[in-house]
Write a protein that binds this ligand. Structure first.
Ligand SMILES: [Zn+2]
Length: 320
């Protein structure tokens, strides 16, 4: 099957044409999410049409558009239910009407972490595994779960995906979601500068010289012996470790896949989370495997084909 694929991120929109489990053409455009989703859609449509041209694929060969979006998606009518600061107009945009108008195609919409999991589960690090959790580490923190070979969605579409909003500190920082001490508000790229500058050692640290502070810098400086960076790295890994333990206790996976922008520092992150889980997770049956994602940006694009296929099969069975 051939499909068009869009993965809307906070900073970048990844686009692709996918056929039979392969990304045959792809491109990345800036998200400019401070503007509006509506204003980016014409650019997205043009880029997808160009990709089809490049790949020598006609629109009539495509069966649908698979879209990955950073929000809770209503499972009944596939609408965007909310978002925290990404494309303020997201919930008001009718993506289904857009796909019909631009391409004459059906659109299938799903949460971004769930799409990353579908990609890794069907084509990447989770292949052949029926019980898998993904943890996405980046601007925000995401999660998703497959249990007994079924993608977990829940009545309102939020089952499994609120990993970043699991409480890791009951008296912690307030979060945009309304909760207190969420993993995402304790340690993610969106709060990194805030958490770093709150440390009393910050001004003496080499982190203070950075204009654009990233976790890559934090882990690098920590490796070079900067004590403040070491403290921040340790706090961060404890938050991500706790979040992973919570997800293991909730969903009973045999495999946890770590993905997302900060996994550029996977040499430091992966062993730390593996050790944390080995020490703190209660799994009397054995040990959960913790691995890095294999597909990176392509995971959500590849998932588009699976998602469109799933929706077409569902529609077929409803008609019968
Ligand atoms: Zn929260």
């Amino acid at each position: 099957m051939t499909v068009l694929a869009c993965d809307f991120g906070g900073r970048r929109i990844k686009l692709g044409v996918v056929r039979a489990g392969h990304v045959v053409a792809h491109a990345v455009i800036p998200a400019q999410s401070h503007e509006s989703l509506a204003s980016r859609l014409p650019v997205v449509a043009n880029s997808l049409l160009e990709l089809c041209d490049d790949a020598g694929i006609q629109l009539r060969e495509c069966r649908g558009v698979g879209v990955s979006y950073p929000s809770i998606i209503d499972p009944a009518d596939e609408r965007i239910l909310d978002q925290f600061g990404k494309f303020a107009d997201g919930a008001r945009v009718d993506l289904h009407a857009w796909a019909q108008q631009e391409f004459g195609l059906r659109l299938a919409l799903e949460n971004d972490a769930r799409m990353a999991l579908i990609g890794e589960w069907r084509y990447g690090a989770g292949r052949g595994c029926d019980n898998v959790v993904i943890v996405t580490l980046g601007t925000g923190l995401g999660a998703a779960a497959v249990i007994e070979g079924r993608l977990l969605r829940g009545r309102h579409g939020q089952a499994g995906i609120l990993g970043g909003h699991l409480t890791v500190r009951y008296n912690g920082w307030p979060c945009v979601c309304g909760n207190i001490g969420c993993a995402e508000t304790e340690a993610s790229t969106s709060v990194l500068v805030e958490r770093a500058t709150q440390l009393s050692c910050f001004k003496q640290s080499c982190l203070a010289a950075e204009n654009d502070l990233t976790y890559e810098t934090v882990f690098r400086c920590a490796g070079q012996g900067d004590e403040c960076a070491q403290e921040l790295a340790q706090q961060t890994l404890a938050v991500w470790g706790s979040m992973t333990v919570n997800l293991i206790h909730a969903y009973d996976p045999e495999l946890v896949i770590l993905a997302g922008g900060v996994m550029g520092s996977q040499d430091r992150i992966l062993p730390a989370i593996q050790q944390w889980v080995a020490k703190h997770a209660h799994t009397p049956w054995g040990q959960v495997q913790i691995v890095a994602s294999q597909l990176g940006d392509h995971a959500a694009l590849l998932a588009a084909e699976w998602l469109v296929q799933e929706r077409l099969v569902n529609e077929e069975s409803t008609r019968e």
